[in-house]
Design a protein around this ligand. Structure first.
Ligand code: PAF
Length: 265
């Protein structure tokens, strides 16, 4: 397959159902290169639940409009056969792929890395832009690029939030107005933790606030070391709080840097 691109190319891989968060990724890509490819591909390998995969929203027409209006020069919606012409060999996300999100979505990150590597092979971008909202995904993609020495520069884009602070996600549309109000609690808990000056207090506040959000079924809330994705300790140079859970069957994840806990490297 030949995508007939002019190089250098900036790439924004997506699964569609684009929103303002994706728009910001595409705009960042446009600042990096004239040729901006947005892929729209719902990757079956990263869904542990077949119902989740089959019910994933498909909105190609509006996605194409949004992507083009944001600066995409090619909106590419490949078929399964284009991505996986033969049985794909899974790329392992290793130990970190089994932590946090990986505990709750077994094999998910192996599927993500496998498709991202395949997309990189096909697009051959100079830059690829990923949102910080999926922080563990971003970490693992960076790790894969470093380990395999892939010739692509990964650009991390800040999380875009709704006016009430909720991190933008295609899943937010499944929340009622009152559930959106509950989801704000996640943002507020992260902000409260980020205001603490020491790790123990930040952890305490995060747990206290997050467990008091009505209707929020917590999967995990932790402060991790951004450089290793291990649980942060007093000597961690760069910490970040990560949270995931459910409101009425809708999975929500968020994270926030904890700059006040920074220890000089
Ligand atoms: O973040 C996503 O939308 C997906 O995990 C990605 C990176 C497009 C791979 O399918």
């Amino acid at each position: 397959m030949n995508l007939k691109l002019t190089h250098p190319t900036a790439f924004v891989p997506t699964m569609g159902a684009l929103h303002a968060g994706h728009e910001s990724l595409i705009k960042i890509a446009k600042e990096l290169a004239n040729e901006v490819v947005v892929s729209i591909y719902v990757n079956p390998l990263q869904f542990e639940n077949p119902n989740d995969f089959s019910s994933y929203p498909k909105t190609l027409e509006s996605d194409t409009k949004l992507a083009e209006a944001s600066g995409a020069t090619l909106v590419w919606a490949p078929t399964f056969e284009e991505i996986y012409p033969s049985d794909p060999e899974l790329i392992s996300a290793g130990e970190i792929g089994n932590l946090f999100e990986g505990v709750h979505r077994f094999g998910h990150f192996d599927g993500v890395l496998t498709v991202v590597k395949r997309l990189f092979d096909l697009v051959q971008p100079k830059y690829a832009v990923f949102g910080e909202k999926d922080f563990q995904q971003l970490f693992l993609i960076n790790q894969m690029v470093n380990q395999m020495q892939l010739p692509v520069k990964i650009i991390a884009a800040p999380t875009i939030r709704e006016a009430n602070g909720v991190a933008m996600s295609s899943r937010n549309s499944r929340l009622s107005v009152s559930e959106q109000g509950q989801a704000t609690g996640i943002y507020l808990a992260l902000k409260t933790a980020a205001a603490a000056n020491d790790l123990e207090r930040a952890r305490h506040l995060l747990n206290k606030e997050i467990t008091s959000i009505p209707g929020f079924l917590l999967d995990y809330a932790e402060i991790i070391d951004e450089n290793t994705f291990e649980v942060a300790t007093e000597i961690t140079a760069k910490s970040r709080a990560i949270v995931a859970g459910w409101i009425n069957g809708v999975r929500l994840l968020d994270n926030m840097a904890m700059p006040k806990l920074e220890v000089p490297e």
